[in-house]
Design a protein. Structure first.
Length: 218
């Protein structure tokens, strides 16, 4: 099994695929150095990497999400960020491999599956993410959202939750310690800034298990 992890960041997605396929060769690609990436890393333009350097059984791509984020919508500056999903999709289709595109809610993905932290025991973060793939993915049941730890005294539940055990918010602003954000995401090697951009490995472990079902059916 050879898995290519594009726009890889610090490797949250990669670790999930490793859990699903412990013997897989995983290679991450990013245009920015990623010193904490836990597998083989190549500094390169991810769109160029899709164009056929090697053959891959599965390609995962997480193009920059800022253009589609709520923050960009509130600030009215979405056009300042790249819109790569259409290009990445075309390149992935041309690759002939099985592939997954991951992004935030609001991104222009086609018939995506949404994953949430409530779907995975042990996670303490909501972090909705969309996944478009060229193989079937069936999402687990979406649990009710619990209250999330907050430092905002305007919130009715301020002071009622323990950030060591409650769900926490993992964003640029954040509302918990880096250690608690890491524990909530199931990640123990990233900085706070890297956590802000990551997805929980549990998400891609599940995607990998769904991919395995496709391989078994084939």
């Amino acid at each position: 099994m050879r898995i290519l992890d594009l726009f890889c960041g610090a490797g949250g997605a990669a670790l999930g695929y490793h859990y699903a396929f412990p013997d897989a060769e995983i290679v991450g690609v990013d245009i920015v150095p990623q010193p904490h990436y836990p597998f083989e890393f190549r500094l390169a333009d991810a769109t160029e990497r899709i164009r056929g350097w090697d053959w891959w059984d599965l390609i995962h791509a997480s193009p920059p999400c800022q253009r589609y984020s709520d923050l960009a919508k509130r600030n009215g500056n979405a056009d300042a960020w790249p819109d790569l999903i259409g290009l990445v999709r075309e390149l992935l289709i041309d690759s002939g491999a099985r592939w997954v595109i991951e992004n935030v809610e609001g991104a222009p993905l086609r018939d995506p599956v949404m994953l949430c932290g409530t779907m995975f025991p042990g996670l303490r973060v909501l972090r909705h993410r969309l996944f478009e793939a060229n193989f079937p993915i069936v999402a687990p049941p979406h649990g009710e959202h619990p209250l999330v730890f907050t430092h905002d005294k305007r919130k009715a539940h301020y002071g009622r939750l323990d950030q060591n055990t409650a769900f926490v918010q993992v964003t640029g602003g954040g509302n918990a310690t880096v250690a608690n954000k890491a524990a909530a995401m199931g990640i123990d090697w990233m900085t706070g800034a890297e956590l802000n951009e990551a997805i929980p490995p549990a998400y891609t472990r599940y995607i990998g298990e769904q991919f395995a079902l496709t391989l078994e059916a084939a």
